[in-house]
Design a protein around this ligand. Structure first.
Ligand SMILES: [Zn+2]
Length: 611
């Protein structure tokens, strides 16, 4: 192109006449001026994905994401920034594209100017890669103003094409055996075999830590997590789930429902058959068992963001639709979200900050920790296919086979009344973590941007609540590399001494619900549930049986009430009577050598506010 080469020739001639030391500086300054003053002059970079070029039969490798990231910035220098947000376990760069016409490219300005931020995330499960290719498509259209018109005037879009980058590069056919296209794709988990969509609270992975850093910096109002679902065959092509809608701040829930309804309406208007719940049968493989809506655990993206009073949107396209179709409806979803945020984002952002204030006032109050779906149901017409259920000679079980040529309406139950299940009283003050655990807990708090205070002096005779454990069961199986722990019991009043270096985590903070989710034992995603404190539930010291025998005889002789209790247990509790260990432990527990710290959850609650 002559118009391109001309300024470079002139520039070269000019630079020859300059002193050597000044030349590179000026060249850089001129090149910068050229790229930032004109959108058109360098508009030669290819912005098309492998997917687009192949008619959505294929998807590109990660190198393409890095190239496109740079190319978008070159082509739209005033409105796009390409950034690395962190590194994966295998050292690959995690890329984010920031696109906006607000001229806001640093987080504090978005806060100052009250501009909503929208984070669109593809490839958390890298085999489900619709979000990457759809995101590039939507990004281009939004930048050219051919779709989501003027939406980028009113928000900052952060597009992370691939969250699980290492998984994306484990590239092969058949990585998704229940999915139609693309020809080859990445793998579900990270290079360390973690499922990132179970990692939002425990944040074990470098990928999640990088993502949460980005989220803490930019504080997106909306996070859209783009997936492809597995499961049965049916006509519905996409589900849109949003929280808060069933859970979280009451006022924000209303906006969450509006957000969800509006996106679903936009998709339906474009010919999709969207639904507001996850399309998995209540009983696996049995269509007539119907569907159950619910609130996701905090380990999942849309269960996590509601705890921070922000919108988490789970998008699941249906795996049996072909890749071109799935990319199109994912693109439609992104455009709809951008439109919705452009229209309502300023109000919703205000509401989310008001919700933060309400959360910061919850100390001492009762809040729901988990939710459940009641037995209430409605009958719905679900657009499935004709199917047969026959005993299989392969598996020996009933097997369902669908006929995709015969659409059929299934009249099935949908249970979608969601109510709080476990309620918890937040402490008036907060949670106290002994110094021995402070280092690892601080890392977890920082990754979520949770406020805490390190204690510079010892704290003696502090009035606390300690967790009185009634049962503690460590899972025999590993889950996401953790032996999970089911801890039951209740908080009881106690006095406790803390050496210097304890942590105080106030309940009075915007992320109060997340704090409860991390430290209340009844939360499925608390650190103790994930097994971080398992060591405290292991028995470390014991009494030899022959010593315990002597102790038992002494105790029986000295205390008639104890003798009565022992005999009662022998009579009424068969398992106790049969277990020599349990019978000896009955006495060992009453001896002064018994480990008082055995099964003590090392997190305490206090009504005091410590600085
Ligand atoms: Zn997924």
């Amino acid at each position: 192109m002559p118009s391109l080469s001309k300024p470079h020739l002139t520039l070269a001639k000019m630079l020859k006449r300059l002193p050597v030391t000044l030349a590179p500086v000026l060249a850089y300054a001129l090149a910068l001026a050229l790229t930032t003053t004109s959108n058109s002059i360098f508009a030669i970079e290819n912005l098309r994905t492998t997917a687009e070029q192949s008619g959505y039969q294929k998807t590109g490798r990660y190198e393409e994401v890095e190239t496109l990231c740079r190319n978008f910035q070159k082509n739209y220098p005033k409105t796009v920034r390409c950034q690395e947000i962190g590194r994966t376990a295998e050292g690959r760069p995690m890329m984010a594209i920031i696109a906006t016409r607000t001229n806001i490219f640093v987080p504090y300005l978005a806060k100052d100017k009250q501009v909503p931020v929208t984070l669109i995330q593809g490839g958390i499960h890298a085999g489900e890669i619709d979000g990457k290719d759809a995101g590039f498509l939507a990004l281009k259209e939004a930048l050219d103003n051919t779709a989501a018109k003027n939406a980028l005037d009113k928000q900052v879009l952060i597009f992370v094409p691939v969250f699980n980058v290492d998984g994306h590069e484990r590239f092969a056919k058949w990585n998704r055996p229940n999915q139609r296209g693309p020809e080859e794709m990445g793998w579900r988990t990270t290079a360390q075999n973690f499922n990132l969509n179970r990692d939002y609270v425990k944040a074990d992975t470098p990928e999640m830590q990088a993502m949460l850093r980005l989220i803490n910096q930019w504080d997106p109002l909306t996070v859209v997590d783009l997936h492809v679902t597995d499961g049965a065959k049916f006509e519905h092509d996409i589900s849109i789930q949003i929280e808060p809608s069933h859970a979280g701040d009451n006022i924000l829930r209303q906006s969450g429902k509006t957000f969800q309804q509006n996106v679903i309406a936009d998709l339906a208007a474009q010919g999709s058959l969207p639904l507001p719940f996850y399309m998995a049968f209540e009983k696996e493989d049995d269509p007539m068992s119907g569907f159950v809506d619910g609130v996701p655990a905090p380990r999942l993206s849309h269960g996590y963001f509601q705890l921070r009073n922000r919108f988490g949107i789970l998008v699941e396209t249906h795996s049996w639709k072909d890749y071109p179709t799935r990319v199109k409806i994912t693109r439609n979803t992104i455009i709809s979200v951008l439109d919705q945020v452009a229209k309502n984002g300023a109000d919703w952002r205000k509401q989310s900050l008001e919700a933060d204030m309400r959360s910061a006032n919850l100390a001492g109050q009762t809040i729901p920790l988990t939710y459940k779906t009641t037995d209430q149901f409605q009958m719905i017409d679900f657009r499935g296919y004709a199917y047969t259920r026959k005993l299989s000679d392969i598996s020996g079980a009933l097997m369902t086979r669908y006929d995709e040529n015969k659409p059929q309406i299934w009249k099935v139950k949908l249970r979608n009344e969601v109510v709080p299940d476990t309620m918890v009283n937040l402490p008036k003050g907060g949670y106290l973590i002994p110094a021995a655990y402070a280092k690892f807990v601080v890392e977890k708090l920082r990754v979520h941007g949770i406020q805490f205070e390190s204690q510079n002096t010892a704290l003696n005779d502090v009035t606390v609540e300690r967790f009185n454990t009634s049962s503690a069961t460590i899972s025999p199986d590993s889950f996401e590399s953790h032996q999970t722990l089911k801890l039951q019991g209740n908080w009881v009043a106690a006095q406790h001494n803390f050496v210097k270096g304890a942590l105080f985590i106030p309940a009075a903070q915007p992320k109060a619900a997340l704090v409860a989710a991390m430290f209340e034992p009844a939360s499925p995603d608390s650190l103790v549930s994930w097994g971080y404190f398992n060591n405290n539930f292991e028995k470390k010291e014991f009494m030899e049986a022959y010593v315990a025998e002597d102790v038992a005889r002494e105790q029986l002789a000295a205390d008639p009430a104890l003798k009565q209790a022992f005999e009662k247990s022998l009579k009424e509790d068969k398992n106790f009577a049969k277990s020599p260990e349990a019978r000896l432990e009955f006495f060992a527990r009453r001896h002064s050598s018994w480990d008082q710290e055995y099964q003590q959850y090392p997190v305490y609650r206090t009504d005091m506010v410590l600085k």
